[in-house]
Every structure is written in C-alpha cells, then in structure tokens.
Design a protein around this ligand. Sequence first.
Ligand SMILES: *Cc1c(COP(=O)(O)O)cnc(C)c1O
Length: 358
Amino acid sequence: MARPTSASIHTDALRHNLAQARSMAPHSRVMAVVKADGYGHGLERVARALEGADAFGVAALSDADRLRAAGLSQPIVLLSGFDEADDLPQLRRLGVETVVHHISQVEMLEQAGAGEPIRCWLKVDSGMHRLGFAPQDVREAHARLAAASSVAEGIVLMNHFASSDEFDKPQTRQQLQAFAAATSGLPGSRSLANSAAVLGWPDSYADWIRPGGLLYGISAVEGRTGADFGLRPAMTLSTRLIAVNRVGKGERIGYAATWECPEDMLVGVAAIGYGDGYPRAAPSGTPVRVAGHDTQVIGRVSMDLMTIDLRGVPEAKVGDPVVLWGPELPVERIAEASGTIGYELTCSITRRVRFVEA
Ligand SMILES: *Cc1c(COP(=O)(O)O)cnc(C)c1O
C-alpha cells in the first residue's frame, strides 16, 4: 500500500487569497511570488491557479524556465537577479525581467551583446542591508542602466522590508522614507510591499505589490494566522494512523523516552515524520487533529513516524485520518511550537509526500 501521507493543495484558496490581495491594494498590480516551488505548494500548480496575477516572482532562472515550459506567458521577475553574463541570453530567450542589485550586474548589462532589451527592477537598500544599492549610489546605477542598450525602457524601482510584520515598530516607516529620498525625481514604477506590508502598511502599496506567503494563506505576522486576515490556507498536510496501542501509566514513548504516560492510555502512531518535512523540533504538546478531534503530539517526532495522544479521541482506530496542518489547524501554530515560521514548514515538504489538488 502507498504511504498515506499527502499534501492537498487548495487551488480555490490560492485564487481567493489573490483576490484578497487585490481588494486590499486595489490600485496596485500584483506580482505573485512563487519562489521555492511556490512556497512548497508546487510551482506549476500554483502559477496556473494564480494565472490572474500580473507577474510572477521567482528566485531561480530554472523556475522561470519551468513556468514558460508550462505555457505561462505572464511577466516573470528574477528576484535575486542574475549571477553571470551567461545568464543574459537565457533571460532574453525566456523574456524574463531581472532585479539589479549590484554594480557588477550593471557592468554585465553594459557589456551585453545585441539582443532583446531586458526589463530591470533596480533594487534600493533602504535599510535591510541584504541586497540593493545604497541610497547614495541609486542615481548613478539608474543612469547607467537607462543608458545601456541591453536594458528595456521603464526601469522599476523597488526595495524590500526587514520588519514589515511588526506593525508598531518604526523600521518600516524609516525604510519608506529612505526609499522615497533615494528615488525622488526618478521616473518609473515603484514596488515595495511583501505580504506583511500588504497586511499592515497601506502607504507601501505603490504600483506593484509582491505578496508571497499571503497567497498561500500563511501569515508572516507573529501571533496571527492567515484566517485572522481573511486568508485561506492553501495546503492540508495529512496522513493516517497506522497503529493504536494501549500503553501503561509511567511508560515512556519514543526516542530518548521524552514523554511519560500519566495514566493508562491509547497512543496513536501516524505515518509522518521529519523525512516527510514535518518538523522534528515540534515538541510534545504540538497540536494535531485525529478523526476531527484536537489532540497533541507526544514524544519525539522521528523520521517516518510520530506518536499522538489519543485520550481525547474516542474509538480511535487504525486508518483514522490525521491532519498535521490545514484550514482547521493553522500551520502557524505548528511553526510557533517548533520555533520557526509557517513559510519554512510548507517549503520543507519532501518528495515522498504525494501532492494532490483538492
Ligand atoms: C520572497 C520575497 C517577497 C515575498 O515575501 P512574502 O513575505 O512571502 O510576501 C517579496 N519580495 C521579494 C524581493 C522577495 O524575495
């Protein structure tokens, strides 16, 4: 029998979340960020569901290649930019737009041979200090790009926020101001907002928003779930019980014997573990649902299996459905228990998990 572990992808939720993004920022175009295999939901599947987006954002040229092979003709933007001059013919062939964040890329574009002009998104470092031109270098980079024959008309100006998920902290306001100062007077569209900025910083909407997590129904805001913002989770991760065992009071469960049964009780064993992408860091007490009942993980998550407290699940039996996360159990809660964010969990599903559209 096939392993019962599956990730159901809810394409209607993806479409709903895109519509939510549009209604929040009705005057902006939407770049749907589909990097990392659509945050683990499957690149082509996600892009087809989101074909109403105005553009797609990817982190790798190979993803752009896959989107074109799948017949998607929307603009695609390479968010981390190209690495070497040899990438330029491929950008042209695929009709892919690129972020330009470093002077070495400007030089490569200046030296590029004749061919289709490439549309560029000039990235300003407004304070995150990861990628982008320092504010004082933006005008020169812009002028050199505008003069390069390999660069298409209409350079877009963009930045990226470091802490837009913290609605009451000043950094996003400071980044907005630094970006405005660095780009004042320059022509072209602007793009600033990631998901958290779409949810909390209307001043940042500008011409293009760039939501990722939001489209998958995942909140990047601590303590809040996607549902708190009217979003719908796009993934249900589920499996089944493959054993139900009676274990006596005082006995210990699993590797390193980390959990002790406080009474005689039923313990369920589910066919999922960190080999499927469920976090090993999820401690005893992490929520899980069995046959529609809320219960908890007990003991250490192992590679193929996990153990579950069945005291709250009357008549639990082998074959019962187990939901690890999904619309009825937000992935943000499992992430919080495991010391990470929902994005990392959906990105970490491994290849042995069966993906289905539902
Ligand atoms: C990943 C990414 C986004 C999307 O971020 P979310 O928090 O998922 O909305 C937007 N812009 C850039 C440049 C990115 O790298």
